[in-house]
Design a protein around this ligand. Structure first.
Ligand code: DNO
Length: 400
């Protein structure tokens, strides 16, 4: 049995709550996307969205995300005020009965893809991350100073070739996709109306010049040491989302990539409120991340699941594959999930059902006549949800 959830981007989402109900999800994953990053989520605003969700017979299961401001990640003088606001929002969410909250600690850029319209042989469309193309964006379109040292020389070489063949339009489209299109609808750091998004983006990156991975970890520890006790008190489970992809980009540190990173986070502030969003598509980019094993290792701390598959290619490139295709063994992953649920149930945990959402989906069929957010088409995700549900049912004993 799965607690089937679905990401909904609020009133602006082309996928409606009515459609989501028909698809078979029961839980909604959403955020107050209209509240600027760093401001308090007031109870009245939370309640409004909650009521709307409930009026469709659905429940608001997970907040994705309560964004962590850049000031907290950079430890600017403003960070304590931002953390106080964060804690107030958590308390407000808890008092409205919303108990699971996702966040990430990726500097500047959230997820990254270089091609949002990669065609699979059957005509479906998916998203692709081509590392050399991303490097070409960084070094030759963004023109980040001294960036070459941040990538392996052979990839810089390929990137230079790619850049030399790119038309101006292609370069602009790539920059737009990375900086605005994939970020805008999930609380991106650059305003889509910015007159010069590339310079604004570079300015943000420059703020991390003195911040390496060790220091970013300490900023995360500081954040957790303040926020987790408050979350505990509010009855809220925090769950950090891994870095996507799970390696450094743009010379920026990324610190949620591996089992060792996750263990560090769990140990930093031990608490049942200090948990993980287990995102198979993010962690699975690295072949050294053994996902079923990691689910067993971190089981008690996994408060939310993003299930997705991918096909790894050379040079750390990958594309998102159908949920039962690709390099990740979804059956083994689901077995580990089901066992964790059984274990929790036996232990008497009330949160034994872990909310799961099909994270991204292929664009297929009637999706092509819709205008859904990149990665979040209606039919592709509906198919994925059905596949995951079938898999879970087939693997479960009758108690779960
Ligand atoms: C992309 C998403 C991420 C995720 C955040 C969580 O599709 O998986 O943007 O929501 O990183 O904070």
């Amino acid at each position: 049995m799965l607690l089937k959830t679905w990401r909904w981007f609020g009133a602006k989402d082309s996928v409606t709550l009515g459609e989501i109900r028909q698809v078979g999800a029961t839980g909604i994953v959403t955020a107050l996307h209209h509240i600027p990053n760093g401001e308090v989520w007031e109870i009245a605003e939370i309640q409004k969205v909650k009521n709307e969700i409930e009026s469709h017979g659905l429940t608001w299961e997970v907040v994705e995300s309560l964004p962590v401001s850049e000031g907290i990640k950079q430890a600017t003088p403003d960070r304590d005020r931002l953390i106080t606001n964060y804690i107030t929002s958590l308390k407000n969410l808890g008092s409205c009965g919303i108990r699971t909250v996702v966040y990430n600690f990726m500097p500047v850029l959230d997820w990254a893809r270089t091609d949002l319209q990669f065609h699979l042989p059957d005509g479906a469309e998916t998203m692709y991350f081509d590392f050399p193309t991303f490097i070409a964006f960084d070094l030759y379109i963004l023109k980040r100073a001294d960036g070459e040292k941040d990538y392996p020389p052979h990839l810089v070489h390929i990137a230079r070739e790619i850049a030399s063949k790119m038309t101006v339009e292609e370069a602009e489209k790539l920059a737009y996709n990375v900086i605005i299109k994939t970020q805008g609808f999930i609380d991106g750091s650059i305003d889509g109306n910015s007159a010069d998004p590339k310079s604004a983006f570079l300015d943000l990156i420059r703020k991390y010049q003195q911040i390496d991975g060790m220091m970013l970890r300490e900023h995360l520890r500081y954040f957790l040491s303040k926020v987790i006790p408050a979350a505990e008190e509010a009855g809220v489970r925090m769950c950090i989302h891994p870095d996507d992809p799970p390696f450094p980009l743009l010379g920026l540190p990324r610190i949620v990539k591996t089992a060792a990173d996750l263990q560090w986070i769990i140990d930093a502030v031990p608490s049942s409120s200090n948990g993980i969003t287990f995102c198979t598509g993010s962690l699975g980019v690295r072949a050294d991340n053994q996902l079923p094993e990691m689910i067993r290792q971190f089981g008690p701390h996994i408060h939310f699941l993003h299930l997705r598959n991918l096909k790894r290619l050379e040079n750390s490139c990958f594309y998102e594959a159908g949920h039962l295709d690709g390099d990740l063994n979804m059956k083994e992953i689901m077995k580990a999930v089901v066992s964790e649920q059984v274990r929790r149930k036996k232990e008497g945990r009330t949160d034994w059902l872990i909310p799961v959402r099909p994270d991204h989906g292929l664009k297929l069929l009637y999706d092509f006549s819709r205008n859904d957010n990149p990665g979040y088409p209606l039919l592709g995700r509906m198919k994925a949800l059905a596949q995951l549900e079938g898999l879970a049912l087939g693997l479960s004993d009758k108690e779960v």
